[in-house]
Design a protein around this ligand. Structure first.
Ligand code: CTP
Length: 446
């Protein structure tokens, strides 16, 4: 095989073991790809997270292949023979093969779980021209490809040979033993300087698997923290988004916060001491969230800002290159939290509260409800707004105003707003009362 990596054959990587972990359909898919590689005379490996998760006996169908050859041409050929589409990244020598029904039928994969897309990469090394910059890539051996990776537990490859039922683990960093010892360990000392996103990844994996960051790795991680400032907003945003999709984001957030990592992203980015509690509450509400993990992540994004003023929140959102819509929603959330005393004050009418909350997104409102759950008066008003006040509409509309002979202008909005407020505040309860009030207003104008 010509690489300096070592194979760990305990426990044996039999077809049955792989089958147990991935299921029949995914194994058939892998077999088809491997046979194709064999016919093309290309060495192929299953690498990274999927192999790690097989060792950990966790479900993972994210199939990443590395080949000693042109990955883009290989994926194109698969799509040509079986169908589906490819998405190519020429600069990185990688391609995604997106399966469709025709391809699935042609490969006779059956009805079990299979991934929607499969990643192929040419074995490569990376040269970092500057800390935190994206690397230049060069073709390399599989051992070289594994050594460039973030952590030993992710630097695993399975060599699959067509027709063979025993697959072999390539493990140059002793990742298998780190998995057993529950350790996150880098493969080289510049790992975090080259790519500070790995700081976020280290805590994400540590939390997900309840592993600890090995002491030497923790020391070089701490030294690299200031380099986070050089990361693009997009790359940090991606890491935070992945964290918010984990089962217990608050643990990762607390670890990062303890190292003052949020302040490296932006000097006013501070995490609320109560955020752990808020994320726990978010989880309690999760079964009721219909939007799935995207919805949970969106709410989580808001909770990250629960102790930040609106003006700072906007600066942080810009640093993270968040979409305009999400930034506005987060700004509304901070404005809402800054106004809870006003919202709870009995003197403030339902209509005034409605006017204020009408300018705030529903996600921001739901996130604020999670934060204000202990404040009975505020919570009650927010719930009333969501369930009742915001849906109130007048029966009188613009046509009625024209019919009443009023000249179109700002007075139209004023009258309609006053009528809606009267409904919300309970000053009118029937259409007849609405009409009566309307006529009084018209008479006043005239
Ligand atoms: N990788 C890396 N450095 C990074 C990102 C990724 O070395 N900054 C390598 C790791 O070997 C990783 C692989 O690329 O296993 C694939 O990356 P990704 O899909 O992000 O990681 P997974 O390990 O699959 O993580 P997850 O389980 O969260 O999907």
């Amino acid at each position: 095989m010509g690489s300096s990596g070592k194979f760990d054959q305990r426990p044996a990587w039999t077809r049955d073991r792989i089958l147990e972990s991935l299921g029949e359909s995914a194994v058939r898919l892998i077999a088809t790809i491997v046979e194709h590689a064999h016919a093309e005379n290309v060495e192929i490996y299953l690498v990274g997270g999927v192999v790690r998760d097989m060792v950990l006996e966790r479900q993972n169908l994210d199939l990443d292949f590395v080949l000693a050859g042109d990955a883009i041409a290989f994926a194109d050929k698969l799509a040509q023979v079986y169908g589906g589409k490819t998405e190519r990244h020429i600069a990185f020598g990688t391609a995604k093969w997106k399966l469709d029904c025709a391809a699935i039928n042609k490969m006779s994969l059956g009805s079990g779980a299979i991934p929607a897309q499969i990643d192929f990469a040419t074995a490569r090394t990376e040269a970092y021209r500057a800390p935190a910059a994206l690397p230049a890539v060069e073709p390399a051996s599989i051992a070289g490809d594994l050594r460039r990776r973030d952590f030993t537990i992710n630097a695993l490859a399975l060599r699959i040979e067509a027709g063979s039922c025993a697959w072999k683990l390539l493990d140059p960093g002793n990742g298998n033993s780190d998995i057993l010892g529950k350790k996150i360990r880098v493969l080289h000392d510049r790992s975090f300087i080259d790519d500070p996103t790995r700081i976020f990844r280290a805590y994400r994996f540590a939390s997900r698997f309840t592993f600890t960051i090995e002491s030497g790795t923790a020391a070089i991680l701490r030294e690299a923290i200031p380099v986070i400032q050089r990361l693009s907003g997009e790359r940090i945003r991606h890491e935070l988004d992945l964290i918010l999709r984990e089962a217990y984001p608050e643990r990762i957030i607390a670890d990062l916060s303890a190292l003052d990592i949020f302040a490296q992203i932006h000097h006013s980015f501070r995490i609320n001491r109560r955020s752990a509690e808020q994320f726990r509450r978010l989880r309690e509400h999760m079964p009721k969230l219909r939007g799935g993990s995207d919805d949970v992540a969106r709410l989580g994004w808001h909770l990250l800002f629960s102790s930040i003023a609106e003006s700072d929140a906007l600066l942080i959102c810009a640093r993270l290159d968040l979409t305009r819509e999400l930034s506005r929603s987060i700004a509304g959330f901070t404005r809402l939290l800054a106004s809870v005393d006003w919202l709870g004050a009995p003197a403030n009418k339902a209509s005034a509260i409605t006017r204020f909350l009408d300018g705030i997104s529903d996600t921001a409102l739901r996130a604020a409800l999670i934060c204000c759950i202990d404040d009975g008066a505020v919570k009650k008003r927010m719930v009333l707004y969501r369930e009742d006040w915001r849906h109130r509409r007048t029966t009188i509309d613009g046509k009625d105003l024209i019919r009443a002979g009023l000249t179109p202008g700002p007075i139209y909005r004023e009258i309609l707003d006053k009528l809606r407020s009267a409904w919300i505040d309970g000053e009118i309860e029937t259409e007849d009362q609405e009409r009566e009030l309307f006529l009084k207003m018209v008479n006043k104008v005239e």
